[in-house]
Design a protein around this ligand. Structure first.
Ligand code: HEC
Length: 144
């Protein structure tokens, strides 16, 4: 991270590079907020199909849970709300489907994650969910 104070100390008069640093900081700060809807509608639709094929047998097609716990609703929000989407994705990737952990390729599990986010009230945006974006996104329902 840039330290504006120490930079200013060594260049006391206004300098063009300060402007650049301020702009860079503004972009860096805006990034997490932009990432909030960081999955596409098409990705969530693909995830819907994959979820029905690989997950619904234990979590139900409406995500309310059966053999596996509900993947939406108050208990789910209590467990995952406010945590990075990346943690959630890593859990799924390492442990699910419970009868064949790790069997789904990354892009398919990301699509399923996008679908689960949509089911939990997040709005799709124009950029697809990937692991970098997942680090900056929080699971919905935090603070409850
Ligand atoms: C054979 C049954 C089964 C299948 C298929 C299955 N799950 Fe699970 N799932 C479980 C069980 C049982 C648990 C609870 C045990 C645990 O947390 O390790 C669980 C837990 C989870 C959790 C953690 C829930 C929480 O709130 O802690 C997530 C997320 C999840 N599953 C996602 C998926 C996804 C995504 C798929 C499809 C790719 C899937 N599961 C397929 C049985 C299943």
């Amino acid at each position: 991270m840039f330290d504006i104070k120490s930079t200013a100390k060594f260049t006391p008069s206004p300098h063009p590079s300060i402007k650049f640093i301020v702009m860079a900081l503004a972009v860096a700060c805006a990034a997490p907020a932009l990432a909030a809807g960081s999955f596409t509608s098409a990705q969530a639709d693909q995830g819907h199909q994959l979820f029905n094929d690989h997950c619904a047998e234990c979590h139900r097609p409406d995500l309310t849970g059966a053999l596996g716990p509900a993947l939406k609703g108050p208990d789910f929000a209590k467990r995952w709300g406010g945590r990075p989407v990346e943690d959630f994705y890593q859990f799924e990737h390492a442990n699910m489907p419970a009868n064949a952990p790790g069997s789904l390729p990354e892009d398919q599990m990301l699509a399923i994650t996008a679908y689960i986010l949509k089911q939990n009230g997040l709005t799709p945006g124009s950029t697809a969910l990937n692991q970098t974006a997942a680090k900056d996104m929080k699971m919905p329902g935090g603070g409850g």
